[in-house]
Each structure stands twice: as C-alpha cells, then as structure tokens.
Design a protein around this ligand. Structure first.
Ligand code: DGL
Length: 272
C-alpha cells in the first residue's frame, strides 16, 4: 500500500528545514508541505498562551492540504503545544521532535548524564526532563537555554572554524561538559546546523540531533502503519514551502540551510 498524501511540517521559522532535510534523507519519496511562521518568529521567547495560539493557526493552515500527518518541527512548539494539537485534531497523527530525541538520549547515554540545549521557552516547560525520565528514570538532565544560538545560525554563523560561534558554544557547553555529561541533545531545530562544529569542539560527546531523531521515528511509524509513499523517487516528490512573512529573504537563507535538497521555492501566505 502506498500513501502519497503530504506530510505537513511546520516551525516558527526556517529551523524546521533541518527536519525536512532529515525526512528527505530518510524518506526521499514523501511529498511535503512546509510552513514557517516567520511573521511571529521567534517562538522561544514568547508566552505559552501566545505560542499555542500560533501553533494552532499553523496546523489549521497545513490542514487546508491533504495531509496524512503533521510534524511539529520546532522544539518550542512541541514542548508547549503538542497536546493541544492532538486534542484539536484527534484523527491526525502528530509527530514531534522532543520525544524521539529524548528517547535516543536516554537509551544511548552510558553514564546517565545528559545535557540538553534549547530555547528559553523549551527549557521553561521541563518537557525534555520529563521525556528523558520516561525512558531512563535514573538519568540526570542538565538543561541550558542558549538564546544567542538562533540569531547566530540565522546569520550564517554556524560553520566550524567561525570564531564567533565557537566562543559562544564554549560559553554554553563548557559548564555542561564540566558536569560530566556524555550525551548532548540539540533541542532546537536550528542547532543541527551546529552539529559539525559541536562534534569538532567536543569529539567525545554523543551528540543527538532532534531533527534526525524525529525523522527516524516518523519513518518507523509510517512503515508500521503502511502509510509510506512508496511510488515516487526524490526527483518526483513534491515539496511546497510557505511562510507568513518575507518569502524572498527566507528563500535565500533556506538554500544555506538545505542546499540543493530544498526542491522548491517559498511563497508568502496569510495565516489566521
Ligand atoms: N524553532 C525553534 C525551536 O526549535 C527555535 C526558534 C524559535 O525560537 O522560534 O525551538
């Protein structure tokens, strides 16, 4: 059986493209609708009430297409509003990023000390501690809010050897390493772009990308439910990209994030 309906993916902005990239890498035949709420980015500094309102509007927009599942490709939105999305759309399979990354961290840490870097809002919810403890009750979780990382990544400052990003990363990560963590979760969808720099600076760490973990979990579920799109190749798969503001600027940055794998251009839409 093959299901060629779209997978709906959304984020506060373009960080969720790291999840799209992971989906394309592991499920190249899937058709994807992406929405980035660039009129309201960042979510990570906003209140739970406001984030929930935006998230429900994001899903309403994705539901105007024939989608077979929705991926909350934003750790902040997932931490704050996943349950609300599930309540609003009980018939829709909802995938997040926090649970798969937490499970992988809980199952692969050797010394039980896990660091998680994320936005202020994600840290405040305690979602990562809860999820990691669900899979490993003995783990010690050290959360670190890293508000400087999203703006730096969005300005293209994420490459290994860039002195600015390296100084900022050390500022955030040295204290976690001093606490003895052996595993680090990249708990924000922008951070997988820092994977190379972080593993270069801390080669001994088990670094987990929430985007890769989410795509792997989704692949497993689609296979199990028999809802993969088995018919198309990557070249034939359809990817549509929408944002709520500045489609042109986003398009340029998106190419930095995804390179040739983008496979589409951004259009601006008004979402309510
Ligand atoms: N996409 C958000 C996340 O994964 C980061 C950007 C924001 O604060 O909106 O937490």
């Amino acid at each position: 059986m093959s299901d060629n309906r779209y997978i709906g993916v959304f984020d506060s902005g373009i960080g969720g493209l790291t999840v799209v990239k992971s989906i394309v890498d592991s499920m190249p035949g899937e058709n994807i609708i992406y929405f980035g709420d660039t009129a309201h980015v960042p979510y990570g500094t906003r209140s739970e009430r406001q984030i929930t309102e935006y998230v429900l509007a994001d899903v309403r927009f994705l539901r105007t297409f024939d989608i077979k599942a929705v991926v909350i490709a934003c750790n902040t939105a997932d931490s704050v509003a996943k349950e609300k999305v599930k309540q609003a759309y009980p018939d829709l399979p909802v995938f997040g990023v926090v649970d798969p990354a937490s499970r992988l961290a809980a199952e692969t840490t050797k010394n039980g000390k896990v660091g998680v870097i994320a936005t202020n809002a994600t840290v405040k919810t305690g979602a990562y501690e809860k999820a990691i403890h669900r899979y490993n009750a003995d783990a010690t979780v050290y959360m670190e809010a890293c508000p400087l990382l999203v703006p730096l990544v969005e300005n293209g400052r994420f490459k290994t050897g860039d002195p600015v990003i390296e100084i900022v990363l050390k500022e955030y990560l040295d204290p976690l390493v001093e606490k003895g963590i052996d595993t680090l979760v990249l708990g924000c969808t922008h951070y997988p772009l820092l994977y190379g720099t972080i593993t270069h600076l801390y080669p001994e760490l088990n670094v987990i990308s929430s985007s890769d973990a989410a795509a792997a979990k989704m692949l497993g579920t689609l296979i199990q439910n028999g809802t993969c799109n088995e018919n198309s190749e990557a070249e034939q798969s359809e990817r549509k990209y929408f944002v709520s503001d500045d489609a042109e600027g986003v398009d340029k940055l998106a190419r930095v994030f995804m390179g040739d794998e983008l496979g589409g251009t951004f259009q601006q839409v008004d979402v309510e």
